[in-house]
Design a protein around this ligand. Structure first.
Ligand code: SF4
Ligand code: FES
Length: 371
């Protein structure tokens, strides 16, 4: 990694806090690390509150309260209230499980601005099977009703892969039926559990193309009623996404135990030391932690990124994916067609999408923590 003397960075726009890794679901595409954190090691209420205050002082505009399942924290209302009073726009990213009408009302009263609710499938059977939780369908639908009744905007989040790609149209209908203002159709990103399950999750290219056409038709049809965001699978893209908006550029993730990370998979990159919010202010971490500076900007880039005219558009894609698929985090993300590894990963994706493998390895919080 190249040391460089960059000017002080612009403030982050957002903070994503993984309040806990506890979660009732077992999604096989979970982006949490394979080694999950125990509840006893999580940050306490006062430390999270300090972090929210520091984020606002640093110039951040919003906080995503995430997990695991963030409402597994008993102090979720207190944390939401403090984040809101600190001046941050608050977004709850939830499975909806265990969030009843009373708690939803308390969260709304505490200043929650927005709720983002995941569905694993667009019908009961698919949803409960892929979330590995029987009865989650009814609970999620009930939660959606509590949110809209409380007057909060609702986003439905659907992570798409081979086992539910055929339901893209049904997800759109579900979002309309539940009164959501936004639907995120996000193809699986292959980190953590999803990488372990890639052969069973990778969709065939033709089906992906059909789903893109379907979304485009729905966008035109539902204009003014529902906004549909779509993230297509990296491996079938021509250019990569600007992962995390560019390393150390617009966002900070904080893990349940307080490690500040430029992205949720950053710990997979060896040789980086991630400072903890228990020991350092968020401002110092943002400005000074060498891990945040390691891939900030463009000076660390190798060819073909270094001389590419998109280097400040996608920032070379994803460092974690570059490492996982090429062995060097400085390489161009092989989702990019200019990467010398691109053809190889497309061939792998194609072979896996046709492999017929269907066995999934479920994310298991209990098993991991009790092991
Ligand atoms: Fe992005 Fe690098 Fe590909 Fe250029 S070569 S498009 S900067 S990943
Ligand atoms: Fe780490 Fe993309 S997940 S840079």
């Amino acid at each position: 990694m190249t040391a460089h003397t960059a000017p002080p960075p612009a403030p982050p726009i957002g903070l994503l806090v993984e309040l806990t890794h506890r979660c009732p679901l077992g999604c096989p595409y979970c982006s949490n690390p394979l080694a999950l954190e125990r509840p006893g090691a999580e940050l306490d209420t006062e430390t999270w509150k300090r972090v929210f205050g520091e984020a606002a002082a640093l110039g951040a505009l919003h906080v995503h309260l995430s997990g695991g399942e963030p409402t597994a924290r008993r102090d979720i209302v207190e944390l939401t209230s403090h984040a809101s009073q600190s001046g941050l726009y608050t977004n709850l990213i939830t499975s909806g499980i265990g969030v009843g009408e009373k708690l939803t009302g308390e969260l709304a009263e505490a200043g929650l601005d927005h709720a983002q609710l995941s569905f694993q499938g667009a019908d009961k059977e698919t949803n409960d099977r892929l979330g590995h939780y029987s009865g989650s369908w009814e609970r999620k639908r009930a939660f959606a009703g509590y949110v809209t009744t409380a007057g909060m905007p609702l986003t439905i989040n659907a992570v798409i892969h081979r086992a539910n790609l055929h339901q893209v149209g049904a997800f759109i209908e579900l979002a309309v039926e539940l009164g959501a203002r936004r639907l995120e159709i996000a193809h699986t990103q292959y980190y953590g559990w999803a990488l372990a399950n890639r052969a069973a999750l990778m969709p065939p290219r033709q089906e992906v193309e059909r789903s893109i056409a379907l979304v485009e038709e729905a966008r035109a049809r539902l204009k003014g009623e529902l906004v549909i965001d779509m993230v297509i699978p990296d491996y079938y893209a021509r250019y990569p996404k600007p992962c995390a908006g560019g390393w150390g550029r617009i966002a900070i993730n904080v893990s349940p135990t307080g490690k500040a990370l430029p992205c949720h998979a950053a710990e997979t990159i060896p040789g980086l030391e991630f400072w903890n919010v228990r020991d350092h202010s968020l401002g110092d971490i943002w400005r000074l932690n060498p891990a945040f500076r390691a891939f900030r900007g463009t000076e660390w880039m190798l060819e073909p990124c270094r001389s590419c005219d998109r280097r400040e558009v996608d920032w070379g894609g994803c460092r974690c994916q570059a490492l996982a698929l090429t062995g060097d985090a400085r390489n161009a993300d092989p989702a990019c067609h200019k990467s010398p590894d691109h053809e190889r990963i497309v061939a792998t994706a194609t072979a896996e999408s046709e492999s017929g493998r269907e066995a999934l390895r479920w994310r298991s919080y209990k098993q991991k923590v009790e092991a």
